[in-house]
Design a protein around this ligand. Structure first.
Ligand SMILES: [Zn+2]
Length: 75
C-alpha cells in the first residue's frame, strides 16, 4: 500500500481515527490517511451526503469537536 497523494511507501502509524481504524501519516508529503481494507471508494451517494453536510457546517462542527477532544486528551 502507498500514500494516496504522492504514492510513497514511507509512512508511519499516526494514532487511530474516531472509529478505531489505524491512521497513517506519509513522511514524504505529510498527508494523513486511513487504509481502507475493503478497497471500496466512497459511493456517489455518500459523497453527496458529505458535501451536503459540509455545506450545512455539520462536518466543520464535528471536526472542531474532535480537535477539542484530542487537545483535552493530550493534556
Ligand atoms: Zn505522501
Amino acid at each position: 500500500m502507498n500514500c494516496p497523494k504522492c504514492n510513497s511507501s514511507q509512512f508511519v502509524k499516526n494514532g487511530h481515527t474516531h472509529y478505531g481504524k489505524q491512521r497513517f501519516r506519509c513522511q514524504a508529503c505529510g498527508r494523513q490517511f486511513v487504509i481502507n481494507p475493503s478497497g471500496q471508494p466512497i459511493s456517489q451517494e455518500t459523497r453527496g451526503l458529505i458535501e451536503g453536510a459540509s455545506k450545512n457546517g455539520l462536518i466543520c462542527n464535528n471536526l472542531r469537536l474532535r480537535s477539542h477532544k484530542t487537545v483535552a486528551h493530550l493534556q
